[in-house]
Write a protein that binds this ligand. Structure first.
Ligand code: FEO
Length: 163
């Protein structure tokens, strides 16, 4: 039903999506430590989205009768010092995930695996949104700076994220 090499790449992508969630929970831990619960909340919600991405790929593979197995998650970055550090790391990470999705898509196109090509269209759009959001978070923080009251209000706004 789907190309075997493409299926292998998708199994690896499940791991990357779960690792993304793990990384974003690390961001949330950092923001909790810094007394920025709104930023922490934003990344808890984002981690939930990453889990959904992983499950979406898992279901696609299972529906195509492909075997799914999980492997260990890579460790997370922990060297953050300022509130901006995780945001910059988050954008870089999403760019890496986009490149990974594109690599699978390009392979699927090359081997004429049209089902996977169609499936990945959702992820192409989603990655566009993820990069936009990651950049927007950096822009907002740069705009308010790290002065107490403005950062407090931005943190409140981040805390209103629902999905
Ligand atoms: Fe699942 Fe944030 O990419």
């Amino acid at each position: 039903m789907i190309n075997k090499e493409v299926a292998k790449m998708l199994v690896k992508q499940i791991n990357l999506e779960l690792h993304s969630g793990y990384l974003y929970m690390e961001f949330a831990n950092f923001y909790e430590e810094k007394n920025l619960p709104g930023f922490a909340h934003w990344y808890v919600v984002q981690a939930g989205e990453e889990y959904e991405h992983a499950m979406k790929i898992r279901k696609f593979l299972l529906d195509a009768n492909e075997k799914v197995t999980f492997s260990a998650l890579a460790d997370t970055d922990k060297g953050f010092k300022t509130p901006k550090d995780p945001l910059v790391a988050g954008l870089k990470h999403e760019q890496f995930i986009t490149a990974s999705i594109y690599a699978i898509l390009e392979k699927a196109i090359a081997v004429k695996d049209h089902l996977t090509v169609e499936f990945l269209q959702w992820f192409v759009k989603e990655q566009g949104e993820e990069e936009t959001n990651a950049q927007a978070n950096i822009d907002k923080l740069e705009m308010v700076g790290t002065s107490g009251s403005a950062l407090y209000l931005l943190d409140k706004e981040m805390g209103h994220r629902e999905d």
